[in-house]
Design a protein around this ligand. Sequence first.
Ligand SMILES: [Zn+2]
Length: 326
Amino acid sequence: MTGPDSSFLPVGFLIHSDASLHDTGWGHPEHQGRLRAIASSVGQDLLALDGRVIQVEPGNIQEEDLLRVHTELHLGNFRDAVGIATRESRLVSLDPDTIVSPNSWKAACGSSAALITAVRMVNDKELSTAFVATRPPGHHATAERAMGFCLINHVAIAVRWLQKNRKVRKVLVIDWDVHHGNGTQDIFYDDGSVYYFSLHQWPHFPGSGTAGEIGEGAGLGLTRNLPVKARTSALAYCDLFLENLEQVLQSFEPDFILISAGFDVMEGDPLGDLCLEPEDLHFLTSEVIRCAPKGCGIVAALEGGYDPKRTGLGVKAVLRALAAVG
Ligand SMILES: [Zn+2]
C-alpha cells in the first residue's frame, strides 16, 4: 500500500468566500474568526510550500446534491430560518447551539460546493489530495435536522456526489473530531458502501458513539467507534488510531477516503479535553496516506476546532502532511 500515486500533482486548499459570512455572534465558539485564523496560518505557509499547495476556487452546488443526503423538510426549515434572519435582521436559533444568520445558506452550501470541487478534482487526478476549510461544520447534521453548530453535512454530501457522478463505490469516512459525528454515522448506518470510523472523547457531546454502535443491515460492521477518555495521551490516541485504521483498511479497501478533520481534538481546545498537537495531526494524516490503497483519493474537511490560533496551526500541519512536507 502506497497511498495516492499522483505525487507530481499539487495539493488543493479550498475555502469558499461566503463561509466566513455565517454569523453566529462573537460569543459563540463557532465564530467568524476561525476561518480568518486558518486563512492567515495557511496563507503565510503557501510561499514556503512553493507550488506544492495551490488555492482552488470552489464551483457550484445543485439542489439535487443536497437532496441526496437531506430531506426537503430539513432544507425547507433551514431556508425558512434564513428568511426570518434576513427579514428581521437577527440571528435565529434552530436549537440551543445552532444558529442561522442571513448568510448561513450561502456559507453552508458554498462549503459543500467547495468539498465537491475538491473530491471531483482529486478523483479526476487534477489534484493529489485536498483540504477544504468548510464552515459551519457538518458532521452532527443528520438527514432530517441541524444540530451541534452543523446545518448540512458536507462530508455526506460529497460522498453521495462521488457515488452518483463518478461511480465511486466504497468510501471511508475517518472522523477524528473530539465529538462523535452522529449525523454522518446516522446517514450511512445501514449503507454497505460507506464505512464510518470515529475516535472521539466519551462521555461527551452528543452522547452517541459507543463501541456497540456498529451499523445495521447492509452496513452492519461498517461503523467503528472508538470512544476515548478525556486526557488520553497523544501517544495512546495515535496508537489506537493506527491499529484500528489498519484493520479498517484491510477489511474494507475504500476507493476514496474523506477525513472529518476536527481540530478540537487538540490540547487546550475550549470544547474538548484531548491532547493532540499539530505534529500528531501531521503524523495521523501521513499515516492515512501511507496506509491507503494505491490510487485511493484522500480529501480532508474542517469540522470543529474552537481555539482559532491553534486550529490554524493544526490545519497548516495537516496540509503539510497532505503535501508530504515535514
Ligand atoms: Zn467537534
